[in-house]
Ligand binder design. Sequence first.
Ligand code: URA
Length: 210
Amino acid sequence: MSSAAAHSTQLAALRAEAASCRACHLWKDATQTVFGEGPAHAPIMLVGEQPGDKEDLAGKPFVGPAGQVLNRALEEAGLDRDKVYVTNAVKHFKFVPRGKIRLHQKPNTPEIKACRPWYERELASIKPALVVAMGATAAQSVFGKMTPIGKNRGRLIDLNEAGAERKVLVTVHPSYLLRLPDEDAKAREYANFVKDLKLAASFLHKLKAA
Ligand code: URA
């Protein structure tokens, strides 16, 4: 078996195992585990917070409104979504029912910690050169501690973990852009998000050229 095929198999096995994860209580109300998606050898791994309503139903990460913002920003930054691996720090949807709506709830530290082994195993299998942590929950999972976005965003940070050298880029979560109340702030913050992703794109070009 080629190394690429072996990696796909490894990832498929991980996905199957995660489907019956009971490491925290979130599985009880969620429809399913939403595992990461993308090439088994992707050079870039994007990490979000947790699946939303649409993702929970589809079983795929970033297919709802935040996913549309992400897709547009990736394209503008010159990154192909099909060539990056997209996952979440927490792999079950956390919500409270409000009538017909399921209202998103931010995962807490025990839930982030309970889910971290899946992220670690995705990382160990894919071995991306760059991890993009989108938002506070992703940054907390990636660095293993609370990590402020403002102070750390927009630059490549070395992360030498378990003998693997890799870079981390911290940026905002696309849902944050959707929540901004005024159009000027929305446009400005979206442009900053694209700027951050362009850094990931230029890192990838340098990696390919090396
Ligand atoms: N928000 C996330 O963090 N992840 C998704 O998959 C969708 C919305």
